[in-house]
Ligand binder design. Structure first.
Ligand code: BGP
Length: 467
C-alpha cells in the first residue's frame, strides 16, 4: 500500500519569468529581471527571459501536457508587473486575463492551481520609486498587489503562497550582488528581508480579512546543514549557518518572531532589523497556514577563518564553483564522500527526510508542501529521445525520502518537482534542464516529452507506489 495519503497532491512547478516570455506584450511593465538580465555579464552567456519558453502564448498546449502527465496541481507564479505595470495603481486587464485564462484551463483539466505571488520579478517602477524591498513602502504596495490577485483569482484558487525563497532574492540581491538590485550591503539586506516578512504578514492578514477560501503559505529553501566534522568549532559554525539560512527565514513566518540570539547579533553588528511600532504584533498575529519547502541539496559546514566571498558554478563544469564563506562565522565546504551534480550540488535524498524532521521538531506538525525538488542536468538525446534517467533516479530517491518522513508522522500534503518543463535557469541559461518536457530551442520551441514524463505519469497514477 502507498505511504502517501489518498488526497496527496502530485504536481510540478514553474515561475513566471522562467517560462512566460512575452516580456513586453499586452501592456506588461518592466521588471527588475527584464532590466538586469540585459546588463552585460550578469547571466550565463547573456541569456534572458524575453521569450523564455513562450508559455504566455502556448499555455493551452502546456496545460494539455500537464493533464496528460496526470498532474493534480500546478505551482506557478504571477508576474507582478504583468498585472500592475507600475507596481501599484493602474491594473493591466490583459495581464489579468492571461492568468484568468490559465486558471480556467487548469481547472477544466482538474488541475488545482497553487499561486506564488512573488517569484522574484519586481516591477522596476517600484525599484526606481523607492528602492524596492529596501524601503518600508514596499509593504503597502505588495499588499495592494496581493489583494488584487485575491480579488480576481480567489474565487477559483485555494492554494497560495506569498514569497519564493527570500534567502535567494535577498541574499543574492543585497549580499552577494548576483541578482538585482546587485548590492553588497548586509545592512540594507537585513532590513529588506524584514520588509519581506512584514509584506508577507500584511498579505496573510488581507487574505483572511477578505475571507478567501483556502490556505496561504510561504515558500523557503530547505537546505539542511551538517558539520563536516565533530569538532566543537565545526559544530558551532554549522549552528550559525543553520540559524542564518534556516531559522532566520522560517521563524518570522511560522513563529512570528526572529531567533533571539541571531537577532541580537545582527542588531549589534549592523543596527538592523529596525522595528517600527506595530511590526512585532503584525508578525505575531499573521502566521502562515503552511510551509513550502524547496529542497535540492544539503550543505556541509566548517568553521572558517580564511574564506570570504564565493563563486558559483553557472556553467555546469563540475568543480568550477568556489566555497562560500563568511570569515569568522562559517564556510560551506565540499563533502569528500558526496555525490555531486554538474553544478556542484550535493545529491543527498536523506537530507529531505532529515529536513522535514527538523521542521516538525522546531515548528510542530504543520502542513508541508514540497514546492520544488529536482535535478538540473544537460539531458542527452539518444535516437531522438530525451533520456533523462539520472532525473528519474533523483526524483525516485527523493519521493522515497518524503515517504519516509510521512511514515514518521509528518503532514506532507503535496509534491511539486521543479520543473514541469525545461525553462530558464536564472543565472545558468537554458542548458540547465529540469523538466519532464523538453523544449527544442532550435525548432521553434517545440515541446517533446522526455523519458521521465512516462515515469512520472506512472508515479502519479499509482499514488507514489510505482517508483
Ligand atoms: C530555486 C528557484 C527556482 C529555480 C530553482 C533551480 O532556487 O526557486 O526558480 O530556478 O531554484 O535553481 P537553478 O535554476 O539555479 O538551478
Amino acid at each position: 500500500m502507498s505511504v502517501f495519503p489518498k488526497d496527496f497532491l502530485w504536481g510540478a512547478a514553474t515561475a513566471a519569468y522562467q517560462v512566460e516570455g512575452a516580456h513586453d506584450a499586452d501592456g506588461k511593465g518592466l521588471s527588475n529581471w527584464d532590466l538586469f538580465s540585459h546588463l552585460p555579464g550578469t547571466t550565463y552567456q547573456g541569456t534572458n527571459g524575453d521569450v523564455a519558453v513562450d508559455h504566455y502564448h502556448r499555455f493551452k498546449e502546456d496545460v494539455a501536457l500537464m493533464a496528460e502527465l496526470g498532474m493534480q496541481t500546478y505551482r506557478f507564479s504571477i508576474s507582478w508587473p504583468r498585472v500592475l505595470p507600475q507596481g501599484r495603481g493602474e491594473v493591466n486587464e490583459a495581464g489579468i486575463a492571461f492568468y484568468s485564462g490559465l486558471i480556467d484551463e487548469l481547472l477544466k483539466h482538474n488541475i488545482r492551481p497553487m499561486i506564488t505571488l512573488y517569484h522574484w520579478d519586481l516591477p522596476q517602477a517600484l525599484q526606481e520609486a523607492f528602492g524596492g524591498w529596501g524601503s518600508r513602502e514596499i509593504v503597502e504596495a505588495f499588499d495592494e498587489y496581493a489583494r488584487l490577485c485575491y480579488q480576481r483569482f480567489g474565487d477559483r484558487v485555494d492554494l497560495w503562497s506569498t514569497f519564493n525563497e527570500t534567502v535567494v532574492f535577498i541574499g543574492m540581491g543585497y549580499f552577494t550582488g548576483a541578482h538585482p538590485p546587485s548590492l553588497t550591503d548586509p545592512q540594507q539586506g537585513i532590513q529588506a528581508c524584514h520588509h519581506v516578512f512584514l509584506a508577507n504578514a500584511r498579505a496573510v492578514k488581507s487574505f483572511r480579512e477578505m475571507g478567501i477560501r483556502g490556505q496561504i503559505g510561504f515558500v523557503n529553501v530547505m537546505q539542511p546543514h551538517d558539520p563536516i566534522s565533530d569538532s566543537p568549532q565545526d559544530r558551532r559554525a554549522c549552528e550559525i549557518a543553520e540559524g542564518i539560512f534556516t531559522h532566520w527565514l522560517y521563524d518570522p513566518v511560522l513563529k512570528g518572531e526572529y531567533p533571539a540570539e541571531l537577532l541580537a547579533m545582527a542588531q549589534q553588528a549592523f543596527g538592523v532589523p529596525q522595528f517600527a511600532p506595530g511590526d512585532e504584533a503584525l508578525l505575531k498575529d499573521n502566521i502562515v497556514d503552511f510551509i513550502g519547502l524547496n529542497y535540492y541539496k544539503r550543505e556541509m559546514v566548517a568553521h572558517n577563518d580564511d574564506v570570504n566571498g564565493y563563486a558559483i558554478n553557472t556553467s555546469g563544469q563540475k568543480g568550477s564553483g568556489r566555497e562560500l564563506g563568511f570569515k569568522g562565522l562559517f564556510k560551506l565546504v565540499r563533502n569528500p564522500h558526496g555525490v555531486y551534480t554538474d553544478w556542484d550540488w550535493e545529491i543527498y535524498p536523506q537530507g529531505l527526510t532529515d529536513a522535514i524532521g527538523r521542521i516538525v521538531k522546531r515548528y510542530g506538525n504543520i502542513p508541508i508542501y514540497i514546492t520544488e525538488n529536482g535535478l538540473g542536468a544537460k539531458d542527452p538525446i539518444v535516437d531522438g529521445e530525451v533520456r533523462d534517467q539520472p532525473r528519474i533516479d533523483y526524483l525516485r530517491d527523493h519521493i522515497q525520502a518524503i515517504g519516509a518522513a510521512i511514515e514518521q508522522g509528518a503532514d506532507v500534503r503535496g509534491y511539486y518537482p521543479w520543473s514541469f518543463i525545461d525553462l530558464l535557469s536564472w543565472l545558468n541559461g537554458y542548458q540547465k534542464q529540469y523538466g519532464f518536457v523538453y523544449v527544442d530551442h532550435a525548432n521553434n520551441l517545440a515541446r517533446r516529452k522526455k523519458q521521465s514524463f512516462g515515469w512520472y505519469q506512472r508515479v502519479i497514477a499509482s499514488n507514489g507506489e510505482r517508483l
